[in-house]
Design a protein around this ligand. Structure first.
Ligand SMILES: Cc1ncc(COP(=O)(O)O)c(C=O)c1O
Length: 472
């Protein structure tokens, strides 16, 4: 049989756009591209060292074990694994989820758990169930860059609360809640990544966790706790999750197998009280009927072998060494005006440069040196974060990380020098440092006009883009 001819389409022309413009839903006006997806495309070249993605190192998973597990599924459960499954997910998958949550001290009722297509879908389903256009959603500043497109696509009014080294500033949250109260508004939920946050790498202190949960309970507000990184702790004692402190009445919990096993299997979960869960299940039926049965079978096999904790422990060892390599390289290659976080786990460091450097512009220069990072603006809805960057230390080995930071340090040094020449002042202004510095670090007024020619765009503009590749 001959192949049907393929029509090759180049980018949409203005007449194409005009033809479809009247058909688009209102929400598409505020939908944003995920900066990470764009970046994944430009960093696909093998010579590029990407510190941009949020990729766990899946090469650490033994291929022989993977082959044996998939072979067993094929031999013993092929028909079931290739079939549709329940919208809520298989009970066996939920048992694995209960085991993972138990590792951090949580004891959810299995009936409150739904298996989702990654944690990303869990965030989407929470919004689908709770958010109408114009509703207030509160999150951290900076926040998980992949959550912003979700909030935007539900046309939420996203309000960001500053973070410092102890996570979200609760007194700023209280002030915002007061303001919303005075406007007769109640936020639909407060979204937080309390452990080794993406992107800032900071962890919410116990005192703030308690205050956040108390606030939610006393005001009857929902919190969405997103915790992909809690088990990737390099040092220190674990802190109780918000879900545990609350008992599951006001905290909706989002988890994922992506960072402790594989993002390719696209398995995450959401835990919510029954009235919320009812709506979430309806939303998921409409979205995708059910999560992949095949990968749920894989997780069942894998957990059945009883070695998942060992694998997580091996990831912790590997990522700790890479974090250390990145911190050492930052010390060596970044200018003294730069500041950065020192995460005790997770996958990311957040660095802040002098406010006259725009990291979206810097990225274009860095890509010419074959290195990439995520510009800070991707983590804000309002253009803040323009002098910050997210740096990932899980995807590459120590040598690649060191070389990547050296290359970024080189382009920063060029900017610092240029700034010095333009202002006839070779000593660039020193950034106030210190632990309690806001993560944005950039919403102070610029002391002098920026040397960058970019405007305060609310989404970053990348040099070029190719569709079809993802990443967080
Ligand atoms: C904070 C946070 N939430 C959710 C996700 C989505 O992960 P996934 O959909 O792969 O579970 C990520 C991925 O990096 C993340 O960092």
């Amino acid at each position: 049989m001959s192949e049907p001819p393929h029509r090759r389409r180049s980018h949409a022309s203005s007449s194409d756009l005009a033809r479809y413009a009247g058909l688009f839903a209102e929400r598409t006006r505020v939908m944003r591209s995920s900066a990470m997806r764009d970046l994944m495309a430009v960093t696909a070249r093998p010579e590029v060292i990407s510190l941009a993605g949020g990729l766990p190192d899946t090469s650490t998973f033994p291929p022989q074990a993977f082959a044996a597990q998939m072979t067993r599924i094929a031999q013993e459960s092929a028909a079931e694994a290739l079939q549709y499954g329940p919208t809520e997910g298989f009970r066996e998958t939920v048992d694995c989820i209960v085991a993972v949550m138990g590792e951090e001290g949580m004891l959810p009722d299995p009936e409150d758990v739904i298996v989702t297509t990654g944690g990303q879908q869990a965030i989407d389903l929470a919004c689908k169930a709770l958010v109408d256009p114009g509703d207030a959603v509160i999150c951290e500043a900076p926040t998980y860059p992949g959550a912003i497109p979700v909030f935007c696509s539900y046309q939420a009014d996203t309000i960001q609360i500053e973070c410092d080294a102890e996570g979200m500033r609760i007194e700023a949250l209280e002030a915002t809640l007061e303001r919303l109260d005075s406007e007769g508004r109640r936020p639909k939920f407060i979204y937080s990544v309390p452990n080794f946050q993406n992107p800032a790498g900071v962890t919410m202190s116990l005192e703030r966790r308690r205050r956040l949960v108390d606030l939610a309970r006393s005001r009857e507000l929902l919190v969405v706790e997103d915790n992909p990184y809690g088990l990737l702790r390099f040092e220190g004692d674990p802190l109780p999750p918000l879900y545990q402190l609350d008992g599951g009445d006001f905290v909706i919990y989002v988890g994922t197998f992506s960072k402790i096993l594989s993002p390719g299997i696209r398995l995450g979960w959401l835990v919510a009280p029954p009235p919320v869960m009812e709506k979430v299940v309806l939303g998921k039926q409409a979205s995708d009927l059910c999560t992949s049965t095949l990968t749920q079978y894989f997780v069942r096999e894998y957990f059945g072998e009883g070695r998942w904790r060992e694998y997580v422990a091996s990831l912790v060892e590997i990522y700790r060494a890479r974090r250390d390599a990145m911190l050492a390289a930052l010390e060596r290659y970044f200018p003294p005006q730069a500041t950065w976080t020192e995460p005790g786990g997770g996958l990311f460091i957040w660095a802040t440069l002098p406010s006259y450097i725009d990291t979206s512009d810097l990225l274009a220069k860095a890509l010419r040196e074959d290195v990439a990072f995520v510009p800070g603006q991707a983590a804000y809805v309002d253009g803040r974060g323009h002098s910050s960057m997210r740096l990932n230390f899980s995807a590459g080995n120590e040598a690649e990380i060191t070389e990547g930071i050296r290359r970024i340090g080189k382009v920063i040094a060029e900017q610092v020098e240029l700034y010095g020449a333009l202002t006839s002042d070779m000593t660039a202004p020193h950034m106030p440092g210190g632990e309690a510095e806001d993560m944005g670090g950039t919403d102070r007024p610029n002391p002098t006009p920026s040397i960058s020619d970019s405007s305060e765009a609310d989404s970053i503009v990348l040099p070029f883009r190719k569709a079809g590749e993802g990443g967080t």
